[in-house]
Design a protein around this ligand. Sequence first.
Ligand SMILES: NC(=O)c1ccc[n+]([C@@H]2O[C@H](COP(=O)([O-])OP(=O)(O)OC[C@H]3O[C@@H](n4cnc5c(N)ncnc54)[C@H](O)[C@@H]3O)[C@@H](O)[C@H]2O)c1
Length: 334
Amino acid sequence: MNLLITGGCGFLGTNLVGHLASHRPEYHLTVFDLLTYAGAKSNIKSLISKGSVAFVQGDICYPDQLDKVLEYGIDMVINLAAETHVDRSILDPGDFVRSNVFGVQVLLDCCRKKSVPLMHISTDEIYGPAPKGVSFREDAAFSPSSPYAASKASADLLILAAVRTYGQEAMIIRPVNNLGPYQYPEKLIPLFVDRLMRGLPVPVYGDGKQTRYWLYVDDFCSAVELAIEGFSKGECHNLSSQTEISNIDLTRQLIEIIGCKQELIRHVDDRPGHDRRYAIDGSKFVNKFGWLPKFELDRALRNTVKWYQDNPGWLKSRKTKEFEQYFDRQYGSL
Ligand SMILES: NC(=O)c1ccc[n+]([C@@H]2O[C@H](COP(=O)([O-])OP(=O)(O)OC[C@H]3O[C@@H](n4cnc5c(N)ncnc54)[C@H](O)[C@@H]3O)[C@@H](O)[C@H]2O)c1
C-alpha cells in the first residue's frame, strides 16, 4: 500500500505516520505538508532519515504540486492538512476557507483524475452544540458555530457531492477532540501543561463548563489503520470515545497530575460562539470495524503530560515568536 498523508507533520499526522511506520512496515508512506506554523518536519525527521517515510513540501491548494506526487502510484490519500485552531479562525477565517474548503476541492479533483481513494479527516464540530442527552449520528444536520467548523462542514459537503455526482471514492471520519504528543501548544492541553509545569496561570474560557469527548491519539491512529484496510466508499463515520468531561474538570485533573495549585486557574472572557457541548454517536464505526478506544482519559492525560515533561525541547522549539504574538493577542497579560 502506497499512502500519501497530507498534513503529516501536524499533531494527528505525526502520530499517524509514526504509528503506521511501526505497525505497517510494508506500507510506503509519503508525507505532503505545507509546513505552516502548526507543522514541523523535525517531528518525523528520524523516520525520514531511516527511509521509512518520504517527505514533500507542498500545498493542497495547488493541483500541479499534488499531480506530481500522485504520479508515484499512490493507492490512497489520507487528508489531515488543514487550519485547525478555532480561535485563529475567529480572528481570521480566510486561511481556513483556503486550505479547508478550496484545498479539499483541489485534492478531490486531483484524486478523481487519478482514481485515487481519499480518506478525509473531518471533525465532530460540524454538528454544532449537542443538547444534554443527545449524541449526533452521522446523518444529523450540520450546524457549525465557528468559521473553523463551518470550513470543515463545507469540505464534507463537497466530498459527499463528489461521491454522488462522480461516484468518487472518498470516505469521511469525524473524530472528537484528541490528546497526545506533538500537539501545537496553542491548543488547550499542551498550552495548559506547558504553563502549569512552569507555575503559570492558565486561561479557562467563561465558566469552563463546556464539555467535550476526548480520544487518545494512539486510539485515533489504530482506528485510521483499520479504516485504511476497510475503506468504505461514500461513508461517513463518527469516531468517539467514552469520556465526556468539562474544560474546568479537565483543567483540575491536569493540575492534580502535574502537582500544582488549583489557584492557577484564571477564568477569562468566553470565546464568541463557544459551543457548550459536543457529542457524537460513534457506534457505526465501532460496529463496522470492531474498534474500541483502549486508553481511558486518566491514563491518556498522564501519558500526554509525561510526554511534554520528557520533551521540553520540543515545546520550546514550537513556541516561536509567532506563538508568543498569538498568545499575547488572545490572552493579553494573563
Ligand atoms: N486534533 C484534534 O483533536 C482533531 C479533532 C477532530 C478533527 N481533527 C482534524 O484532523 C486534521 C488534523 O488535525 P491536527 O490537529 O493534526 O492539525 P494540526 O494543525 O496540528 O496540523 C495540520 C497540518 O496541516 C498542514 N497544512 C495546513 N494547511 C496545509 C495546506 N494548504 N497544504 C498542505 N498542508 C497543510 C500543516 O502544516 C500541519 O502540519 C484536521 O483536518 C482537523 O480538522 C483534529
